[in-house]
Design a protein around this ligand. Structure first.
Ligand code: GP9
Length: 414
């Protein structure tokens, strides 16, 4: 009975994901490079501090990209590994622990596997840290990566923070990608903007003014460095002739763990409501550049990490309906529903925004009207609430009980 309920949910929702409109397959055969950036949030994108741009390279890139400011991370305790899991599987991470650590042996429909099997892509994951961290060595094999370039594959010519600086990491990753047979799918995970964000003085280029000597100031410094590294990567991709035949995606993995409201209020120069703070702590921005640069501008519809895999499949013209994916297709157009559910149970459809009482950062379960940004009755959101809880429940069952193979078999025998 439970399997039937799960199957029914996927059957009913797949039409929202697989939409054959003008962008479907528009970039078939392109390489795909996804950069998942450590603790990269949306609130400081495009902002100035003491007259300096914090993210000058992203600001420039934005002119040729589609920018989703309302792109939410959907992570739980598995942090970076959860962002990676959700972005590639289009399922929710667990409430407790990391799927990478707990269930690397379970079956999921993962983007690298799909691209390899359905379209002959070469697949590689890149992260200049110990391969065993978050059980990546095992999980990446299961996800279908042919190569995992971990710390041992990089020259430590720019030691920074936990490991190698993002600038050298990108430079060396690009050297590997250049040698790869095309088309390829590359998933790159940065590290230099990791908590507690204290970069050596010679790398600190921003004058953070009143934030000097604070963790928030250090965070801005490390974001400025990560932005510069991203700029170099994009330049390198252009010089090496990869930029124009690659779908390039960039997003942040999760928040920066700096929870006090005062820093954000000081930085943004205004008082922040619980809604503002919740959005700040959960929005991690997505930028997508397509080979002909035709998709650009700001798309402020709600979106989240679960949406990445089905949206990439859409641009490549690979059907997503055979797969057990739960996210939205960001290129489906406005005809389809857009509900983004966070691991805490918070959710938004772009009109209402619900924050559950269980969300550890905020005390009261509350529902906001996004137009007026004021509180509205929680009852209004109850059908959405039901659907959001159902999605989390279904995802948990799929992840915990490893049912994808069984469901697929049962489906084939129908
Ligand atoms: C380490 C990096 C950090 O490999 O992914 O993970 P986090 O601590 O942010 O989850």
């Amino acid at each position: 009975k439970e399997k039937a309920e799960i199957q029914q949910w996927f059957d009913q929702s797949k039409g929202n994901r697989e939409v054959h409109n003008e962008t479907y397959g528009a970039y078939a055969g392109s390489n795909v490079i996804v950069v998942q950036a450590e603790a990269f949030m949306n609130f400081m994108i495009g902002k100035l501090i003491e007259g300096q741009e914090i993210t000058p390279n992203i600001n420039k890139l934005m002119q040729d990209c589609l920018y989703f400011p309302n792109y939410y991370h959907q992570t739980g305790q598995g942090r970076t590994s959860d962002a990676d899991f959700s972005s590639n599987s289009s399922l929710h991470p667990l409430q407790v622990g990391s799927v990478f650590v707990r269930y690397a042996d379970h079956t999921f429909d993962m983007l690298p596997n799909i691209l390899k099997e359905q379209a002959g892509y070469r697949t590689g994951a890149f992260h200049a840290y110990e391969g065993s961290f978050w059980n990546r060595n095992n999980m990446y094999k299961a996800m279908g990566y042919e190569r995992f370039y971990s710390k041992k594959d990089f020259h430590m010519d720019e030691p920074l923070g936990w490991s190698l600086g993002d600038k050298s990491f990108f430079r060396q990753s690009l050297d590997y990608m250049k040698q790869e047979k095309q088309p390829f799918y590359s998933f790159l995970i940065t590290l230099s903007s990791h908590h507690p964000y204290s970069l050596p003085k010679n790398v600190q280029e921003l004058n953070v003014g009143k934030f000097e000597g604070t963790m928030f100031g250090d965070y801005l410094q490390s974001i400025h460095y990560a932005d510069a590294a991203l700029g170099e990567l994009v330049e390198g991709l252009k010089q090496d002739g990869l930029w124009d035949n690659t779908i390039f995606c960039f997003y942040g993995d999760h928040d920066n763990s700096i929870k006090g409201k005062t820093d954000y209020e000081k930085f943004l120069g205004k008082t922040l409501s619980d809604l503002d703070m919740h959005q700040i702590m959960n929005q991690v921005a997505l930028l997508v550049h397509v080979p002909d640069g035709k998709l650009k501008g700001v798309n402020d519809e709600p979106a989240g990490q679960l949406d990445l895999a089905p949206s990439i499949l859409h641009l490549l013209g690979i059907p997503s309906s055979p797969y057990y994916m739960m996210g939205n297709n960001l290129f489906a157009g406005s005809a389809t529903d857009r509900l983004v559910v966070l691991r805490s149970g918070a959710f938004t459809n772009g009109k209402l925004y619900y924050i559950p009482s269980s969300d550890y950062r905020y005390e009261n379960g509350s529902c906001y009207d996004l137009k007026t940004r004021s509180l509205t009755s929680v009852e209004q959101a109850s059908p959405l609430h039901e659907e959001a809880s159902k999605r989390l429940r279904i995802s948990d069952k799929v992840v915990n009980y490893d049912v994808i193979t069984d469901l697929r078999k049962a489906n084939q025998n129908k």
